[in-house]
Design a protein around this ligand. Structure first.
Ligand code: MN
Length: 423
Protein backbone atom coordinates (compact mmCIF):
# COMPACT_ATOMS: atom_id res chain seq x y z
CA UNK A 1 0.00 0.00 0.00
CA UNK A 2 2.16 2.88 -1.18
CA UNK A 3 -0.21 5.58 -0.02
CA UNK A 4 -1.90 4.20 3.04
CA UNK A 5 -1.07 5.13 6.58
CA UNK A 6 -1.09 1.98 8.67
CA UNK A 7 -3.77 3.15 11.06
CA UNK A 8 -4.44 -0.41 12.27
CA UNK A 9 -1.48 0.05 14.51
CA UNK A 10 -2.59 0.61 18.05
CA UNK A 11 0.42 -0.86 19.76
CA UNK A 12 3.76 0.74 20.55
CA UNK A 13 5.32 -2.53 19.47
CA UNK A 14 4.56 -1.97 15.79
CA UNK A 15 6.33 0.44 13.49
CA UNK A 16 4.40 2.45 10.91
CA UNK A 17 6.07 2.34 7.51
CA UNK A 18 4.53 4.36 4.72
CA UNK A 19 5.81 6.37 1.83
CA UNK A 20 6.19 9.92 3.18
CA UNK A 21 6.11 11.51 -0.28
CA UNK A 22 2.74 10.06 -1.29
CA UNK A 23 0.86 10.83 1.91
CA UNK A 24 0.52 14.47 0.93
CA UNK A 25 -0.71 13.63 -2.56
CA UNK A 26 -3.96 12.13 -1.43
CA UNK A 27 -7.11 14.12 -1.88
CA UNK A 28 -9.71 11.88 -0.28
CA UNK A 29 -13.23 13.21 -0.75
CA UNK A 30 -14.78 14.70 2.34
CA UNK A 31 -18.09 12.86 2.00
CA UNK A 32 -17.73 9.50 0.26
CA UNK A 33 -20.93 7.90 -1.01
CA UNK A 34 -20.99 4.16 -1.64
CA UNK A 35 -22.85 3.39 -4.86
CA UNK A 36 -23.79 -0.25 -4.89
CA UNK A 37 -24.05 -2.09 -8.21
CA UNK A 38 -24.85 -5.58 -6.90
CA UNK A 39 -28.43 -5.53 -8.20
CA UNK A 40 -27.44 -4.32 -11.70
CA UNK A 41 -23.85 -5.19 -12.72
CA UNK A 42 -23.77 -7.88 -10.02
CA UNK A 43 -26.89 -9.45 -11.45
CA UNK A 44 -25.18 -9.44 -14.86
CA UNK A 45 -22.78 -12.07 -13.48
CA UNK A 46 -23.35 -15.04 -15.83
CA UNK A 47 -26.14 -17.21 -14.49
CA UNK A 48 -27.30 -14.85 -11.74
CA UNK A 49 -30.89 -13.72 -11.50
CA UNK A 50 -32.51 -12.09 -8.49
CA UNK A 51 -36.29 -12.15 -8.13
CA UNK A 52 -37.96 -8.83 -7.23
CA UNK A 53 -38.36 -10.09 -3.64
CA UNK A 54 -34.69 -11.07 -3.46
CA UNK A 55 -33.61 -7.70 -4.83
CA UNK A 56 -35.67 -6.00 -2.16
CA UNK A 57 -34.10 -8.10 0.61
CA UNK A 58 -30.60 -7.18 -0.57
CA UNK A 59 -31.55 -3.51 -1.03
CA UNK A 60 -32.95 -3.33 2.51
CA UNK A 61 -29.73 -4.65 4.00
CA UNK A 62 -27.57 -2.41 1.77
CA UNK A 63 -29.55 0.59 2.97
CA UNK A 64 -29.38 -0.48 6.62
CA UNK A 65 -25.60 -0.76 6.59
CA UNK A 66 -25.22 2.73 5.13
CA UNK A 67 -24.92 2.41 1.35
CA UNK A 68 -25.79 5.80 -0.17
CA UNK A 69 -26.96 4.87 -3.68
CA UNK A 70 -28.41 1.56 -4.86
CA UNK A 71 -28.60 0.80 -8.57
CA UNK A 72 -31.75 -1.34 -8.56
CA UNK A 73 -31.55 -2.37 -12.22
CA UNK A 74 -32.63 -1.50 -15.76
CA UNK A 75 -36.45 -1.28 -15.83
CA UNK A 76 -36.68 -1.61 -19.63
CA UNK A 77 -35.14 -5.11 -19.48
CA UNK A 78 -38.37 -6.91 -18.51
CA UNK A 79 -41.65 -6.55 -16.62
CA UNK A 80 -40.10 -8.46 -13.74
CA UNK A 81 -37.17 -6.06 -13.61
CA UNK A 82 -39.45 -3.02 -13.76
CA UNK A 83 -41.48 -4.49 -10.89
CA UNK A 84 -38.31 -5.08 -8.87
CA UNK A 85 -37.13 -1.48 -9.38
CA UNK A 86 -40.57 -0.07 -8.49
CA UNK A 87 -40.70 -2.21 -5.36
CA UNK A 88 -37.35 -0.95 -4.13
CA UNK A 89 -38.13 2.66 -5.09
CA UNK A 90 -41.28 2.57 -2.96
CA UNK A 91 -39.87 0.65 0.01
CA UNK A 92 -39.03 3.80 1.94
CA UNK A 93 -35.32 3.01 2.21
CA UNK A 94 -32.82 5.55 3.45
CA UNK A 95 -30.50 4.94 0.47
CA UNK A 96 -31.17 6.81 -2.76
CA UNK A 97 -32.60 4.42 -5.33
CA UNK A 98 -31.25 4.61 -8.85
CA UNK A 99 -32.15 2.84 -12.07
CA UNK A 100 -30.17 2.64 -15.30
CA UNK A 101 -30.96 3.50 -18.90
CA UNK A 102 -29.21 3.46 -22.25
CA UNK A 103 -29.35 6.72 -24.22
CA UNK A 104 -32.61 5.47 -25.63
CA UNK A 105 -35.83 7.43 -24.90
CA UNK A 106 -37.93 4.41 -23.91
CA UNK A 107 -35.22 3.33 -21.43
CA UNK A 108 -35.33 6.76 -19.80
CA UNK A 109 -39.15 6.77 -19.70
CA UNK A 110 -39.11 3.34 -18.03
CA UNK A 111 -36.83 4.73 -15.31
CA UNK A 112 -39.04 7.79 -14.83
CA UNK A 113 -42.11 5.53 -14.57
CA UNK A 114 -40.42 3.33 -11.95
CA UNK A 115 -40.53 6.10 -9.34
CA UNK A 116 -36.81 6.22 -8.50
CA UNK A 117 -35.13 9.53 -7.65
CA UNK A 118 -31.83 8.81 -9.43
CA UNK A 119 -30.93 7.70 -12.94
CA UNK A 120 -27.71 6.53 -14.55
CA UNK A 121 -27.68 7.17 -18.28
CA UNK A 122 -24.99 5.23 -20.07
CA UNK A 123 -23.52 5.16 -23.55
CA UNK A 124 -20.31 3.76 -24.97
CA UNK A 125 -17.43 6.15 -25.61
CA UNK A 126 -14.54 4.23 -27.18
CA UNK A 127 -14.08 3.96 -30.94
CA UNK A 128 -14.31 0.18 -30.85
CA UNK A 129 -17.68 0.35 -29.06
CA UNK A 130 -19.06 3.09 -31.33
CA UNK A 131 -17.97 1.41 -34.54
CA UNK A 132 -18.77 -2.24 -33.84
CA UNK A 133 -21.47 -2.16 -31.18
CA UNK A 134 -23.48 1.05 -31.38
CA UNK A 135 -22.79 1.69 -35.08
CA UNK A 136 -23.11 5.37 -34.26
CA UNK A 137 -20.86 8.32 -35.01
CA UNK A 138 -19.55 10.64 -32.26
CA UNK A 139 -22.09 13.37 -33.16
CA UNK A 140 -25.00 10.94 -32.82
CA UNK A 141 -23.72 9.76 -29.45
CA UNK A 142 -23.45 13.33 -28.19
CA UNK A 143 -26.93 14.19 -29.47
CA UNK A 144 -28.57 11.10 -27.94
CA UNK A 145 -26.82 11.76 -24.63
CA UNK A 146 -27.92 15.39 -24.57
CA UNK A 147 -31.54 14.48 -25.27
CA UNK A 148 -31.70 11.77 -22.60
CA UNK A 149 -29.97 13.81 -19.88
CA UNK A 150 -32.26 16.76 -20.68
CA UNK A 151 -35.37 14.56 -20.47
CA UNK A 152 -34.33 13.02 -17.15
CA UNK A 153 -33.57 16.45 -15.67
CA UNK A 154 -36.96 17.74 -16.85
CA UNK A 155 -38.52 14.82 -15.00
CA UNK A 156 -36.74 15.97 -11.84
CA UNK A 157 -34.26 13.12 -11.54
CA UNK A 158 -30.73 13.26 -10.16
CA UNK A 159 -28.67 12.29 -13.21
CA UNK A 160 -25.42 10.36 -13.36
CA UNK A 161 -23.89 10.27 -16.81
CA UNK A 162 -21.84 7.16 -17.48
CA UNK A 163 -19.77 6.16 -20.45
CA UNK A 164 -18.78 2.58 -21.02
CA UNK A 165 -15.14 2.01 -21.85
CA UNK A 166 -14.28 5.62 -21.00
CA UNK A 167 -10.59 4.95 -20.51
CA UNK A 168 -10.09 3.53 -24.04
CA UNK A 169 -11.85 6.44 -25.74
CA UNK A 170 -10.11 9.46 -27.31
CA UNK A 171 -9.76 12.05 -24.56
CA UNK A 172 -11.02 14.88 -26.77
CA UNK A 173 -14.25 12.98 -27.36
CA UNK A 174 -14.59 12.15 -23.66
CA UNK A 175 -14.18 15.83 -22.83
CA UNK A 176 -16.77 16.81 -25.43
CA UNK A 177 -19.30 14.15 -24.42
CA UNK A 178 -19.11 14.76 -20.67
CA UNK A 179 -19.12 18.51 -21.33
CA UNK A 180 -22.38 18.11 -23.24
CA UNK A 181 -23.93 15.99 -20.48
CA UNK A 182 -22.87 18.57 -17.90
CA UNK A 183 -24.41 21.39 -19.97
CA UNK A 184 -27.70 19.48 -19.95
CA UNK A 185 -27.54 19.31 -16.17
CA UNK A 186 -25.91 15.94 -15.35
CA UNK A 187 -25.19 15.93 -11.63
CA UNK A 188 -22.57 13.21 -11.44
CA UNK A 189 -20.04 11.92 -13.98
CA UNK A 190 -18.96 8.29 -13.98
CA UNK A 191 -15.70 7.12 -15.55
CA UNK A 192 -15.73 3.42 -16.37
CA UNK A 193 -12.85 1.03 -16.79
CA UNK A 194 -15.22 -1.42 -18.42
CA UNK A 195 -12.65 -4.08 -19.29
CA UNK A 196 -10.43 -3.57 -16.26
CA UNK A 197 -7.25 -2.48 -18.02
CA UNK A 198 -6.23 0.36 -15.74
CA UNK A 199 -3.43 0.08 -13.18
CA UNK A 200 -3.49 2.23 -10.03
CA UNK A 201 -0.85 4.68 -11.30
CA UNK A 202 -2.34 5.00 -14.78
CA UNK A 203 -5.83 5.46 -13.40
CA UNK A 204 -4.56 8.11 -11.02
CA UNK A 205 -3.04 9.97 -13.96
CA UNK A 206 -6.17 9.48 -16.11
CA UNK A 207 -8.55 10.81 -13.47
CA UNK A 208 -6.32 13.76 -12.60
CA UNK A 209 -6.39 14.67 -16.30
CA UNK A 210 -10.16 14.05 -16.45
CA UNK A 211 -10.75 16.37 -13.50
CA UNK A 212 -8.54 19.05 -15.08
CA UNK A 213 -10.27 18.87 -18.46
CA UNK A 214 -13.90 18.09 -17.56
CA UNK A 215 -14.21 19.62 -14.06
CA UNK A 216 -16.88 17.22 -12.75
CA UNK A 217 -18.97 18.44 -9.83
CA UNK A 218 -19.10 14.88 -8.53
CA UNK A 219 -16.74 12.21 -9.84
CA UNK A 220 -17.65 8.54 -9.76
CA UNK A 221 -15.77 5.46 -10.99
CA UNK A 222 -16.72 2.00 -12.19
CA UNK A 223 -13.85 -0.49 -12.10
CA UNK A 224 -13.78 -4.05 -13.41
CA UNK A 225 -11.60 -6.82 -12.12
CA UNK A 226 -10.27 -8.52 -15.26
CA UNK A 227 -6.69 -8.29 -13.97
CA UNK A 228 -7.60 -8.46 -10.29
CA UNK A 229 -7.03 -4.71 -9.93
CA UNK A 230 -10.56 -3.40 -9.40
CA UNK A 231 -10.15 -2.70 -5.69
CA UNK A 232 -6.68 -1.18 -6.11
CA UNK A 233 -7.86 1.01 -8.99
CA UNK A 234 -10.94 2.14 -7.07
CA UNK A 235 -8.78 3.13 -4.10
CA UNK A 236 -6.42 4.99 -6.46
CA UNK A 237 -9.46 6.85 -7.82
CA UNK A 238 -10.65 7.76 -4.33
CA UNK A 239 -7.15 9.05 -3.55
CA UNK A 240 -7.56 11.64 -6.29
CA UNK A 241 -11.03 12.67 -5.19
CA UNK A 242 -13.52 10.22 -6.74
CA UNK A 243 -16.44 10.50 -4.36
CA UNK A 244 -18.89 7.83 -5.45
CA UNK A 245 -17.23 4.48 -6.18
CA UNK A 246 -19.32 1.76 -7.83
CA UNK A 247 -19.00 -1.37 -5.72
CA UNK A 248 -20.47 -4.88 -5.71
CA UNK A 249 -20.92 -7.22 -2.78
CA UNK A 250 -18.52 -10.20 -3.06
CA UNK A 251 -17.03 -8.49 -6.12
CA UNK A 252 -19.85 -9.79 -8.31
CA UNK A 253 -20.33 -8.48 -11.84
CA UNK A 254 -19.67 -9.17 -15.50
CA UNK A 255 -16.80 -11.60 -16.14
CA UNK A 256 -14.30 -11.29 -13.26
CA UNK A 257 -16.61 -8.82 -11.55
CA UNK A 258 -16.43 -5.31 -10.11
CA UNK A 259 -14.55 -3.74 -7.24
CA UNK A 260 -15.75 -5.46 -4.08
CA UNK A 261 -17.77 -3.41 -1.65
CA UNK A 262 -16.32 -5.04 1.43
CA UNK A 263 -12.69 -4.72 0.26
CA UNK A 264 -12.87 -1.06 -0.68
CA UNK A 265 -14.84 -0.05 2.43
CA UNK A 266 -12.68 -1.96 4.90
CA UNK A 267 -9.45 -0.84 3.20
CA UNK A 268 -10.60 2.78 3.56
CA UNK A 269 -11.59 2.30 7.18
CA UNK A 270 -8.54 0.31 8.22
CA UNK A 271 -5.66 1.29 5.95
CA UNK A 272 -6.63 4.92 5.32
CA UNK A 273 -8.25 5.65 8.68
CA UNK A 274 -11.19 7.05 6.70
CA UNK A 275 -14.79 6.86 7.93
CA UNK A 276 -17.06 5.59 5.16
CA UNK A 277 -20.29 5.63 7.13
CA UNK A 278 -20.73 1.91 6.45
CA UNK A 279 -21.55 -0.40 9.36
CA UNK A 280 -18.69 -2.77 8.60
CA UNK A 281 -19.67 -5.20 11.34
CA UNK A 282 -22.59 -6.29 9.14
CA UNK A 283 -20.53 -6.86 5.99
CA UNK A 284 -20.24 -10.60 6.55
CA UNK A 285 -24.00 -10.91 6.94
CA UNK A 286 -24.41 -8.99 3.66
CA UNK A 287 -21.84 -11.18 1.90
CA UNK A 288 -23.62 -14.36 3.04
CA UNK A 289 -27.02 -13.07 1.92
CA UNK A 290 -25.71 -12.20 -1.54
CA UNK A 291 -23.86 -15.51 -1.76
CA UNK A 292 -27.06 -17.36 -0.95
CA UNK A 293 -29.33 -15.39 -3.30
CA UNK A 294 -26.86 -15.17 -6.21
CA UNK A 295 -25.80 -18.79 -5.97
CA UNK A 296 -22.20 -17.69 -6.56
CA UNK A 297 -20.04 -19.21 -3.83
CA UNK A 298 -17.47 -16.98 -2.18
CA UNK A 299 -13.94 -18.35 -2.70
CA UNK A 300 -12.50 -19.57 0.61
CA UNK A 301 -9.45 -17.35 0.22
CA UNK A 302 -11.43 -14.23 -0.65
CA UNK A 303 -10.36 -11.20 1.41
CA UNK A 304 -12.48 -10.44 4.50
CA UNK A 305 -15.52 -12.58 3.62
CA UNK A 306 -13.87 -15.83 2.41
CA UNK A 307 -14.20 -18.74 4.83
CA UNK A 308 -10.45 -18.80 5.47
CA UNK A 309 -9.95 -15.06 5.90
CA UNK A 310 -9.75 -15.38 9.68
CA UNK A 311 -8.82 -19.06 10.00
CA UNK A 312 -5.50 -20.38 11.24
CA UNK A 313 -4.13 -23.88 11.09
CA UNK A 314 -0.32 -23.77 10.95
CA UNK A 315 1.29 -24.28 14.36
CA UNK A 316 3.53 -21.22 14.12
CA UNK A 317 0.63 -18.96 13.16
CA UNK A 318 -1.75 -20.35 15.75
CA UNK A 319 0.89 -19.94 18.44
CA UNK A 320 1.45 -16.33 17.35
CA UNK A 321 -2.27 -15.53 17.22
CA UNK A 322 -2.84 -16.99 20.68
CA UNK A 323 0.01 -14.85 22.03
CA UNK A 324 -1.22 -11.69 20.28
CA UNK A 325 -3.65 -11.44 17.37
CA UNK A 326 -1.65 -8.63 15.73
CA UNK A 327 1.07 -11.16 14.87
CA UNK A 328 -0.89 -12.61 11.96
CA UNK A 329 -4.09 -10.58 11.66
CA UNK A 330 -4.13 -7.00 10.34
CA UNK A 331 -7.61 -6.40 11.73
CA UNK A 332 -9.99 -7.97 14.20
CA UNK A 333 -12.51 -10.41 12.64
CA UNK A 334 -15.28 -8.57 14.52
CA UNK A 335 -14.62 -5.53 12.29
CA UNK A 336 -16.58 -7.32 9.56
CA UNK A 337 -18.81 -9.31 11.89
CA UNK A 338 -16.80 -12.50 11.94
CA UNK A 339 -15.07 -14.82 14.38
CA UNK A 340 -11.59 -16.24 14.33
CA UNK A 341 -11.36 -19.97 13.63
CA UNK A 342 -8.61 -22.33 14.64
CA UNK A 343 -8.49 -25.28 12.26
CA UNK A 344 -7.16 -28.57 13.57
CA UNK A 345 -5.19 -30.42 10.92
CA UNK A 346 -1.85 -31.54 9.59
CA UNK A 347 -0.15 -28.27 10.48
CA UNK A 348 -1.53 -27.95 14.02
CA UNK A 349 0.84 -27.33 16.93
CA UNK A 350 0.58 -27.87 20.69
CA UNK A 351 -0.55 -24.34 21.52
CA UNK A 352 -3.76 -24.81 19.54
CA UNK A 353 -4.54 -28.02 21.43
CA UNK A 354 -3.95 -26.38 24.81
CA UNK A 355 -6.38 -23.65 23.79
CA UNK A 356 -8.93 -26.09 22.39
CA UNK A 357 -8.90 -28.22 25.55
CA UNK A 358 -9.78 -25.12 27.60
CA UNK A 359 -13.20 -25.13 25.92
CA UNK A 360 -14.07 -28.06 28.20
CA UNK A 361 -11.98 -26.90 31.12
CA UNK A 362 -9.29 -29.51 30.38
CA UNK A 363 -5.54 -29.37 30.59
CA UNK A 364 -3.03 -32.11 29.87
CA UNK A 365 0.56 -32.95 30.80
CA UNK A 366 3.06 -32.68 27.98
CA UNK A 367 3.38 -36.40 27.11
CA UNK A 368 -0.39 -36.64 26.60
CA UNK A 369 -0.40 -33.44 24.57
CA UNK A 370 2.33 -34.85 22.32
CA UNK A 371 0.35 -38.04 21.84
CA UNK A 372 -2.84 -36.12 21.08
CA UNK A 373 -0.97 -33.95 18.59
CA UNK A 374 0.41 -36.99 16.78
CA UNK A 375 -3.07 -38.48 16.52
CA UNK A 376 -4.58 -35.24 15.21
CA UNK A 377 -1.89 -34.98 12.52
CA UNK A 378 -2.18 -38.65 11.58
CA UNK A 379 -5.95 -38.38 11.33
CA UNK A 380 -5.71 -35.28 9.11
CA UNK A 381 -3.12 -36.85 6.84
CA UNK A 382 -5.03 -40.07 6.40
CA UNK A 383 -8.14 -38.39 5.07
CA UNK A 384 -8.69 -39.23 1.44
CA UNK A 385 -9.05 -36.50 -1.12
CA UNK A 386 -12.18 -38.11 -2.57
CA UNK A 387 -14.58 -35.71 -0.85
CA UNK A 388 -12.67 -32.66 -2.02
CA UNK A 389 -12.50 -33.92 -5.59
CA UNK A 390 -16.19 -34.76 -5.67
CA UNK A 391 -17.00 -31.26 -4.47
CA UNK A 392 -14.74 -29.68 -7.10
CA UNK A 393 -16.23 -31.74 -9.91
CA UNK A 394 -19.79 -30.85 -8.91
CA UNK A 395 -18.80 -27.21 -8.66
CA UNK A 396 -17.19 -27.16 -12.10
CA UNK A 397 -20.10 -29.00 -13.61
CA UNK A 398 -22.53 -26.45 -12.29
CA UNK A 399 -20.52 -23.43 -13.41
CA UNK A 400 -19.42 -24.71 -16.80
CA UNK A 401 -22.72 -23.46 -18.08
CA UNK A 402 -24.76 -21.63 -15.46
CA UNK A 403 -27.58 -20.52 -17.80
CA UNK A 404 -29.81 -22.78 -19.88
CA UNK A 405 -28.30 -26.09 -20.93
CA UNK A 406 -27.88 -26.81 -24.65
CA UNK A 407 -30.67 -29.36 -24.38
CA UNK A 408 -33.03 -26.82 -22.81
CA UNK A 409 -32.18 -24.20 -25.43
CA UNK A 410 -32.71 -26.47 -28.45
CA UNK A 411 -36.03 -27.72 -27.09
CA UNK A 412 -37.16 -24.07 -26.90
CA UNK A 413 -36.02 -23.61 -30.53
CA UNK A 414 -38.24 -26.58 -31.47
CA UNK A 415 -41.14 -25.23 -29.44
CA UNK A 416 -40.93 -21.87 -31.22
CA UNK A 417 -40.90 -23.73 -34.55
CA UNK A 418 -37.59 -22.53 -35.97
CA UNK A 419 -36.57 -24.87 -38.79
CA UNK A 420 -33.74 -24.88 -41.30
CA UNK A 421 -34.24 -22.67 -44.33
CA UNK A 422 -34.01 -24.83 -47.48
CA UNK A 423 -31.55 -23.48 -50.05
MN1 MN B 1 -19.80 -2.87 -15.52
Amino acid sequence: MPNGRQSVVAEDDLVENFHPATAGERHLPRDLVVWDETLRDGEQTPGVRFSPEEKLRIAELLSEIGVGVIDAGIPVVSDDEARAVRGIAHAGLRAKILASARTVPRDVEAVIDSGVSHIAIFVAASRVHLKYKLKMGPDEVVAASRACVRRAKEAGLHVAFVTEDTVRAPFDFVERLYGAATEEGADRLVVADTVGIMTPLTFRWYLTEFVRRVRPRDLSVHCHNDFGLATANTLAAIEVGARTPHLCVNGLGERAGNASLEEVVVALETLYDYRTGIRTERLYELSRLVEELSGIPVAPNRALVGYNAFSHEAGIHTHGILAHTLTYEPLQPSTVGRQRQMILGKHTGKAALVEKLKERGLSAPDPLLVELLQRVKLDAEQRTKDDLHRFLLEYRDRFDRPGLSDEEFWSLVDAVGITAVKA
